[in-house]
Design a protein around this ligand. Structure first.
Ligand SMILES: Cc1cc2nc3c(=O)[nH]c(=O)nc-3n(C[C@H](O)[C@H](O)[C@H](O)COP(=O)(O)O)c2cc1C
Length: 335
C-alpha cells in the first residue's frame, strides 16, 4: 500500500511525523522511532526565553513581582526550568542528525521578531532539514491589539523565512478571530507549512496553597475534531503543506486528517503513552484500513472531505451550528 506523501517539499514514505516533545531527547528513542517507521521527527522547542532567561529571572525576583504578590511568582516558569539551552540544543540537533536518516525538524518557540534569526541560521547550519516556528503567544496586555500581534507574528515568519534556505513551517494557535485569513497571510509570508494546532497548557489554581498549578494532560482522539475542521477549511486554499498536531492516536485518525486535507499527521501523546513501536502498529492498521476501504493509496483520498465544494463556508458553518443545537433529543438511556 502506498502511504507516500510530501511535506515541506520533502518526499516522505508515510504521514507519521513525531511531533515536538521529549521523545526526541534521547538518541536511542529517536532511533527506535525511525525503526518503527516515523517518516520525520520534530525536536522539542528551543524557547526564546532560554536566550533571555536572565531578564526573566530579573523580572520575577528583582522587579518585585515575586515578592509583592508571592503567589503570582508561581505563574512564571523558573529560569532554570527550560530543558535545552541554545548551545546544548544545537549539539543535540547535530547528534540526532548523525543518528538517523529521516528528516529532522528543529523547533523554535519565539515571541519577538528579530532575535530568532540567528538561531534559525544556526539550526540550519547544524543540519536541520526544516524549521517549525512555534508562535505560542498569549497577550495579557489590553493595550496591545490583535492587529499588532498578528503583524509581529507575520514579521517574525518573514524574517526567519528570509534568513534560511531550508523550509519553515509555522505551528499555529486556533485563537485568531479570523483564523482562515491569518493562515492565508502566513501562506503569503512564504511559510512552507502550517501546523495545526498548538495546545495551550492552562494553569489551574490550588485554592489551599494559593499557587498556580501546571499539569500536562496528554490528548485523546476527541481533540482531533477542531483540527479536522480547520484543515478541511484550508485544504486547497493555501500553497503551504498542512500538518495536523493534536489528537492523532489511531489509523482512522490519520485517515480522517488526510481526508480533511492534511499532508502529515504529527503524533506525541499516543507515543508517550504507548512507546515508539506503536508507530509500526498504526502503519499496519492504516494499510489494512486502506485496503479494506478500497483506496489505491493514501494520497488518493487527500482532501476529499475538504470544504472546497462548499460555496459559502460561513453560511454552511452557521447552518451546521443551528442544526447541531436543534438536533438535541435528550440523553440516551445510560448516559
Ligand atoms: C511532554 C510534551 C512536551 C511538548 N513539548 C513541545 C515543544 O517543546 N514544542 C512544541 O511546539 N510542542 C510541544 N508539545 C506539543 C506537541 O508537539 C503536540 O503539538 C501536542 O502534544 C498535541 O499532539 P498530541 O495530541 O499528539 O499529543 C509537547 C507536548 C508534550 C505532551
Amino acid at each position: 500500500m502506498n502511504l507516500a506523501t510530501e511535506y515541506l517539499g520533502m518526499p516522505l514514505p508515510n504521514p507519521i511525523v513525531v511531533g515536538a516533545s521529549p521523545l526526541s531527547d534521547d538518541l536511542d528513542t529517536v532511533k527506535r522511532l525511525e525503526d518503527a517507521g516515523a517518516s520525520a521527527i520534530v525536536l522539542r522547542s528551543l524557547f526564546e526565553e532560554q536566550i533571555t532567561r536572565e531578564q526573566m529571572a530579573e523580572f520575577v525576583h528583582l522587579d518585585g513581582h515575586g515578592e509583592s504578590f508571592a503567589e503570582a511568582g508561581s505563574f512564571f516558569p523558573s529560569p532554570n526550568a527550560f530543558a535545552l539551552g541554545p548551545d546544548t540544543y544545537l549539539r543535540h540537533l547535530r547528534k540526532v542528525k548523525h543518528a538517523v536518516r529521516i528528516p529532522v525538524i528543529a523547533s523554535l518557540n519565539g515571541s519577538t521578531p528579530g532575535g530568532w534569526i540567528e538561531y534559525a541560521r544556526l539550526m540550519a547550519e547544524a543540519g536541520a532539514d526544516a524549521l517549525e516556528l512555534n508562535l505560542y503567544r498569549l497577550s495579557g496586555n489590553p493595550d496591545v491589539d490583535a492587529a499588532t500581534i498578528e503583524r509581529e507574528a507575520l514579521t517574525t515568519v518573514k524574517a526567519v523565512r528570509e534568513s534560511v534556505t531550508i523550509p519553515v513551517a509555522v505551528k499555529l494557535s486556533p485563537f485568531y478571530t479570523a483564523f482562515a485569513h491569518m493562515a492565508r497571510e502566513f501562506d503569503r509570508a512564504y511559510a512552507d507549512g502550517l501546523v495545526v494546532f498548538n495546545r495551550f497548557y492552562q494553569p489551574d489554581i490550588d485554592v489551599d496553597e494559593l499557587t498556580a498549578t501546571r499539569s500536562l494532560h496528554l490528548s485523546d482522539s476527541s481533540e482531533l475534531r477542531l483540527r479536522l475542521h480547520w484543515i478541511a477549511m484550508l485544504s486547497g486554499r493555501v500553497r503551504a503543506s498542512l500538518a495536523v498536531t493534536g489528537g492523532v492516536h489511531t489509523a482512522v485518525d490519520i485517515a480522517k486528517a488526510t481526508m480533511a486535507g492534511a499532508h502529515v499527521t504529527q503524533m506525541v501523546s499516543a507515543l508517550l503513552k504507548r512507546g515508539p513501536d506503536y508507530i509500526r502498529t498504526v502503519l499496519t492498521d492504516l494499510e489494512q484500513w486502506l485496503v479494506e476501504h478500497e483506496w489505491e493509496s493514501l494520497s488518493a483520498m487527500r482532501g476529499n472531505m475538504n470544504f472546497s465544494r462548499v460555496p459559502d463556508a460561513d453560511a454552511y458553518e452557521r447552518a451546521n451550528y443551528m442544526l447541531m443545537l436543534q438536533s438535541w433529543r435528550g440523553l440516551d438511556p445510560g448516559d
